[in-house]
Design a protein around this ligand. Structure first.
Ligand code: PLP
Length: 324
């Protein structure tokens, strides 16, 4: 993925050209990772362009800023409106959405309080994160040598820029050694998550995923998968999982806005199941894609339509209530 370098970006209330969306090198966020952000997607559905669970993403963004004592100059409703405005300004049918709230330019002590809390919304066209092929055939991954942050160090319920230093280490290690992704353990040795996606395991028709206490980001896709899997009649358990459960799983898959639902076909060169996408992964993937492609009714109120004349926006309450 590289940027087209064109289009509009929303910055502190104004739409500016992509090339002009600049911040100063002395901005606090550049030095200390003092930003919180979101990654959401807008899909081109038969009923029009629709953001998937936008309210849940914006709620998590404001939760993240609250954890970091940031008081944005815009409230959640105004920034949500800015997301829709930015997509419309770029006339995108489908895109990736990146709102960010960050400590800006004022002083460079570690103390962030004197710095302004700025906000921006970027949108760009972005296809399948691990490749289209991966959605069908699955990916080869390793267990990372890097652990996720210990409890009470870097809060993982907050999607902060600082947490992605750890994600980068996991991702670089995986790529350097020929894998698509890494799965990190928490500091107690239990399964946690990938560098930018949550983890699911299937064994004996039961679906397992690590709990929020396993140093994971509370993924919106993860929450959606839990709902869809239960809708399909599967039992889903959120519990601490030992590493070796991966090796004896019937199926495993990643869930996240970027990877959507991507099967895992091997871990540490041990084939998962028969080494290809399993039937339960496929059923959940199908249910997920049917929602985001608008091919089934939006029963959970997950879609927010972008352009006037399209179906009414999903209610914030319906979507936000299911976000964690
Ligand atoms: C570390 C991490 N875990 C999980 C996820 C999946 O979260 P979501 O489904 O909300 O995109 C992401 C993606 O943002 C992530 O960066």
């Amino acid at each position: 993925m590289s940027f087209s370098g064109s289009g509009k970006i929303w910055m502190n209330g104004a739409l500016v050209d992509w090339a002009d969306a600049r911040i100063h090198i002395a901005s606090h966020v550049v030095h200390y990772g003092s930003g919180v952000f979101e990654g959401a997607r807008c899909y081109d559905t038969p009923r029009g362009s629709a953001c998937f669970r936008l309210d849940a993403h914006m709620r998590r963004l404001y939760d993240s800023s609250k954890i970091y004592r940031m008081e944005p100059q815009v409230d959640q409703g105004a920034l949500t409106a800015a997301v829709l405005e930015t997509i419309r300004a770029n006339a995108f049918k489908a895109c990736y959405i990146r709102p960010i709230i960050y400590r800006g330019y004022h002083a460079l002590g570690v103390n962030p309080f004197p710095c302004p809390v700025d906000a921006a919304v970027l949108t760009w066209e972005w296809g399948a994160y691990l490749g289209q092929d991966a959605l069908e055939r699955g990916v080869d991954v390793r267990v990372a040598s890097w652990a996720r942050a210990a409890p009470n160090t870097f809060p993982t319920l907050a999607k902060t820029s600082a947490n992605y230093a750890n994600s980068q280490l996991i991702k670089m290690e995986a790529i350097t050694e020929g894998y698509s992704e890494g799965i990190a353990l928490d500091t107690f040795g239990y399964l946690s998550e990938g560098s930018g996606q949550n983890l699911f395991i299937v064994r004996d028709n039961m679906v397992y995923t690590p709990p929020l206490t396993a140093s994971i980001l509370p993924g919106i896709t993860r929450a959606s998968v839990i709902t869809l899997a239960r809708d399909l009649g599967f039992t889903v358990l959120e519990e601490m999982l030992p590493r070796e459960l991966l090796y004896i799983a019937d199926e495993a898959f990643f869930a996240g806005t970027a990877v959507e639902i991507t099967p895992i076909r091997s871990v540490d060169k041990i084939a998962i199941g028969n080494g290809r996408r399993g039937p339960i992964t496929e059923a959940i993937q199908q249910a997920f894609f049917d929602v985001i492609n608008g091919e089934t009714p939006d029963r959970h109120g997950w879609l927010t339509y972008v352009y006037p004349g399209q179906p009414l926006q999903a209610t914030a309450a319906a979507s936000a209530a299911k976000s964690v």
